[in-house]
Design a protein around this ligand. Structure first.
Ligand code: ZN
Length: 289
């Protein structure tokens, strides 16, 4: 069923869990992630990222995700991940997305605030939840696509969200989720993760009613993820670890096959593995300790 991101966030705050926000750029991922949400009883957002336009265009992805979401017993918000430009995000509005990330983090604080404010003014009356980002999310994904360029990861603190800027941003925009940078990276974590949990606590104390988001959860030790939830993170984008999980298993199946391998069987195997990986993550985000 479709549930607004705002409603989910209230519940996440009350029960101290984090909403999983997962990209589903194909039907295998989509079905597996929805099944995992249904079986764990956890609310989720199903994402189409603007960077996935080359995998599946938003005009195809969103109607399909919406249809699956409506037929599911799980609480689902159909979400745009990292919408970088206004036209793309407005397309998402017309297609029926229930929440949208309008990512203007590459601009100055002032422009980020003004652009997000304008966007909220347009979409708030429609009941659409809005996520924004302040600070930058570094990438560990070798790609030339905007938003996925490989970042210098030698000192992650240069990307961190400034708590004072976060306070100004939250006050002036009234955004639903502010995604913050405090030591995670897009893609798989390289090396030992060391999240700045104290920074999350400080930002939380300055954010008022705005809920905090974290991207780049893959590869972060689960105990640190739960510390981040306790410190105030209520929405976590998690994708790479789920999306890369099937490959070694599929390779083994192919290598050990005596006969030509049927793609449908591989797809079913991949769906099973994505399901298991997602269940594992949703149980961590539930934060029952
Ligand atoms: Zn992200």
């Amino acid at each position: 069923m479709l549930v607004s991101l705002q409603e989910m966030l209230q519940e996440a705050e009350k029960k101290n869990f984090a909403i999983a926000s997962i990209n589903t750029p194909n039907q295998i991922s989509l079905r597996a992630v929805i099944q995992a949400a249904e079986d764990t009883g956890m609310p989720i957002t199903l994402n189409h990222a603007q960077t996935e336009e080359n995998v599946v265009p938003i005009e195809i992805a969103i109607p399909l995700i919406l249809e699956y979401a409506k037929q599911s017993s799980a609480a689902i918000s159909v979400h745009v991940d990292h919408g970088y430009d206004f036209d793309h995000c407005m397309k998402a509005v017309r297609l029926g997305c229930t929440s949208i990330m309008f990512d203007r983090s590459r601009f100055s604080l002032e422009k980020n605030i003004e652009d997000v404010k304008q966007f909220i003014k347009i979409v708030k009356p429609l009941g659409i939840g809005v996520e924004a980002e302040l600070g930058a999310m570094p990438n560990n994904m070798p790609s030339e696509i905007h938003g996925q360029e490989t970042s210098d990861l030698s000192d992650l603190s240069v990307y961190y969200t400034d708590p004072d800027e976060a306070e100004i941003f939250c006050e002036r925009t009234g955004v639903d989720v502010l995604t913050t940078s405090f030591g995670t990276v897009h893609g798989m974590y390289a090396g030992a993760a060391n999240l700045d949990i104290e920074r999350v606590k400080t930002i939380k104390s300055k954010a008022g009613d705005v809920k905090l988001g974290m991207h780049g959860g893959s590869g972060t030790p689960f105990d640190q993820v739960q510390s981040a939830i306790d410190a105030g993170i209520k929405k976590i984008n998690y994708f790479t670890a789920i999306d890369t999980a099937p490959a070694p298993h599929l390779l083994k199946t192919i290598q050990e096959a005596k006969n030509p391998v049927n793609f449908c069987n591989l797809a079913n195997q991949a769906m099973e593995i994505i399901y298991e990986e997602t269940v594992k993550v949703l149980k961590i985000f539930k934060n029952d300790k």
